[in-house]
Design a protein around this ligand. Sequence first.
Ligand SMILES: *[C@@H]1O[C@H](CO)[C@@H](O)[C@H](O)[C@H]1NC(C)=O
Ligand SMILES: *[C@@H]1O[C@H](CO)[C@@H](O)[C@H](O)[C@H]1NC(C)=O
Ligand SMILES: *[C@@H]1O[C@H](CO)[C@@H](O)[C@H](O)[C@H]1NC(C)=O
Ligand SMILES: *[C@@H]1O[C@H](CO)[C@@H](O)[C@H](O)[C@H]1NC(C)=O
Length: 281
Amino acid sequence: KDTDYVPRPARAPLPLGVIPAGTTNILAYTLYGIKHPVTATLHIIMGHVQPVDVCTFSTPSKLLRFGFSAMFGFGARTLALAEKHRWMPSSQRKDFAFIKTLANLRPEECELSFLPLQTSQEGSHENDSKDQWHKIQGHFLNVSIMAIPCLCSMAPRGLAPNTRLNNGSMALIAVQNTSRSAFIKHLKRYASVKNQFNFPFVETYTVEEVKVQPRFKSMFDSKDDTCGNSTSAEGTYPWNIDGDLVEEGSAVHVRLHPQLIDLYGVNIDELQGSKATCNCI
Ligand SMILES: *[C@@H]1O[C@H](CO)[C@@H](O)[C@H](O)[C@H]1NC(C)=O
Ligand SMILES: *[C@@H]1O[C@H](CO)[C@@H](O)[C@H](O)[C@H]1NC(C)=O
Ligand SMILES: *[C@@H]1O[C@H](CO)[C@@H](O)[C@H](O)[C@H]1NC(C)=O
Ligand SMILES: *[C@@H]1O[C@H](CO)[C@@H](O)[C@H](O)[C@H]1NC(C)=O
């Protein structure tokens, strides 16, 4: 266990700029309050710099990648299905994948272990932290692990309004198995001002580290995919890491690296009050 790969990234010496060019652009949206290349460029020119929390995603043997946000379960299956239909126009592909994944909604059986944020920042650090790992086992429909609030047009308050860009913590949001209609109700709340987590099947935690250990048994009773094989390759599970599909078979360990990089942009708290309108998508 002690031989597990532990990433020790070094702080980037220079600030980085993010120019929104893709389709969702959660990072740009979170940094600039709007998905707009000119706004982004202006922040870079004016030199507004923000330190930002970064996560590493690793298996017991290797680093998978750096990132800010990850989804496991529904949010990842949707992406995996969309990636299989690249020939469709992008907007159509997203809707198709969303609806199809919702129609085949099924929970992932897994174990989530997490290290809650230590409230006393001062003395006792690493030594007693091992005892503080919490474990929840069960069937989860959707799990989000987010180091930044992840604002986007579909969720103007963020996919994780309960975290900040650089306050040294991640949000772990776990949706337990429930009925399809209840799950849809929860998803719809992201677009509104109401609390999307205020459901008995949704749990939220403020954490420093998370491990996701899937149980493979549940993989092989899936024959509901009309496109042939299920959304993930055999023996692996899809992850959605900052909108990129990552297929992984082992447990994934997510660690937070507080304020690891400087990015051009502003903190969303400073934007509140100013109109962060969502006229994109
Ligand atoms: C679940 O999936 C949706 C859509 O893919 C995503 O936007 C949402 O943030 C995910 N997380 C939770 C905890 O519901
Ligand atoms: C970061 O902000 C969130 C939301 O305000 C809060 O729940 C969390 O405890 C904060 N983390 C730290 C390290 O203060
Ligand atoms: C998940 O919940 C649905 C609806 O309540 C139920 O039909 C299904 O059997 C549950 N699945 C598991 C694995 O518990
Ligand atoms: C599904 O996967 C199996 C094994 O990987 C492969 O032999 C088969 O051709 C695939 N079926 C379809 C419809 O893609």
